[in-house]
Design a protein around this ligand. Structure first.
Ligand code: GTP
Ligand code: MG
Length: 368
């Protein structure tokens, strides 16, 4: 039997050979679908298939959020971890200094953020080169990927790394496609487009669904710009992860000012020099911003709120999430809450469990 890696190679070769035009687009679409299936198999083998899959490193999640440091060898990931946390991860001039995941804790704005220093990954990581698959699995569990790049290296490094992450189903700084898919037991395929699609048609979707042996389903494409790749992402949604990414160029002590200026203007990008301790507070502040965590202060009746200790909750959290953060049974006795701050229409506003809080709100929970 040909192994999965070889099959992937074959399909990639065929896709490269095939010219893109009207006559081949259906065939290319099918190839993309097959490729996505094989890549998922490579990372997540069927249960009982034994080891070799995508299990990450054995580091348990802790704190309010997790950041993964991803990058090629020797770009300065460990140096960065040692600078922003109390953890010392070994630093050296040779490649693959770090061989496992080293967790550190970043304390910021009253939150504890776990930062994972990971081994460097190389081209072909998605296919299992180096410790690539493990690194990528660890990255998949994070709330934010901080991609450390070497400012002195060629610009392609970023696209190469993105390609590796993309190949294993990580989607950076993107939302899930606006396509509804419901698999059914009977009734055939029902495909509808909310507006005339620009890059898809019914036959394309039909072919791909058949190839995936999805014969009974309902599809509603809400986005007119949706592509075949988007559609495959929707079918493969259990293997896709939409994660924010901050691109951080290190070693700016060794590049020209012009180059530095150009890098710093790219979207989702920060620049720093760990060696000269330049730009580090900015990078940390950007990480905090990208994580979209909120600080909620609690207040007891008749007492001033305690601003020294915040509860950390995720973006769009409700009073219910705040209760859960305080104690898991608190909502059973919940009567109402009083809210002061940006989310309150007037202060204090009396609200129920569903009220969505804002950063730095003060909340007082009133029990039955
Ligand atoms: N010039 C310069 N060198 C740096 C900077 N930050 C780190 N280095 C050097 O880059 C080399 C690699 O640093 P590490 O932190 O070990 O890199 P890493 O990304 O953890 O490498 P691996 O663990 O092998 O993947 C070391 O020699 C560091 O001293 C910087 O800001 N400027
Ligand atoms: Mg390292």
């Amino acid at each position: 039997m040909v192994n999965i890696t070889e099959k992937i190679k074959e399909i990639e070769e065929e896709m490269k050979r095939t010219q893109k035009n009207k006559a081949t687009e259906y065939h290319l679409g099918l190839l993309k679908g097959k490729l996505a299936r094989l890549r998922a198999q490579l990372l997540e083998p069927a249960p009982g298939a034994g080891a070799g899959g995508g299990t990450g490193f054995d580091v348990s999640k802790s704190g309010d959020a997790r950041i993964a440091l991803v990058g090629f060898p020797s770009v300065g990931k460990s140096t960065f971890l040692s600078k922003i946390t109390k953890t010392k991860s070994e630093v050296a001039a040779y490649a693959f200094t770090t061989l496992t995941a080293i967790p550190g804790v970043l304390e910021y704005a009253g939150a504890e953020i776990q930062v994972l220093d990971l081994p460097g990954i190389i081209e072909g990581a998605a296919e299992g080169k180096g410790r690539g698959r493990q690194v990528i699995s660890a990255a998949k569990t994070s709330d934010l990927i901080v991609m450390i790049l070497d400012a002195t290296k060629r610009a392609e490094q970023r696209a190469l790394l993105e390609g590796e992450l993309e190949a294993v189903g990580i989607r950076l700084n993107r939302e899930a496609p606006n396509i509804y898919l419901k698999i059914k037991k009977a009734g055939g395929m029902k495909i509808t487009f909310q507006a005339p699609p620009k890059r898809l048609d019914e036959k394309m979707l039909y072919n791909i669904l058949r190839d995936y042996k999805i014969l009974n389903c309902e599809v509603l494409v809400r986005d007119e710009n949706a592509t075949v790749d988007d559609f495959i992402d929707v079918i493969m949604k259990d293997h896709r992860k939409y994660i924010k990414c901050l691109y951080v160029y290190n070693k700016i002590d060794s590049i020209s000012l012009e180059h530095l200026d150009a890098l710093a203007r790219e979207p989702h990008t920060c620049v720093m020099s760990c060696e000269l301790s330049l730009g580090l507070p900015d990078v940390v502040a950007r990480c905090w911003h990208e994580l979209q965590l909120m600080r909620i202060y609690t207040k007891r009746k008749g007492i001033e709120p305690d601003f020294s200790e915040a509860l950390i909750v995720r973006k769009d959290s409700s009073i219910e999430d705040v209760c859960d953060q305080i104690h898991r049974t608190l909502k059973e006795t919940f009567k109402y809450a009083l809210v002061w701050g940006a989310s309150a229409r007037h202060v204090p506003q009396r609200v129920g469990l569903g009220h969505v809080v804002a950063d730095e709100d003060v909340v007082s929970i009133v029990a039955k």
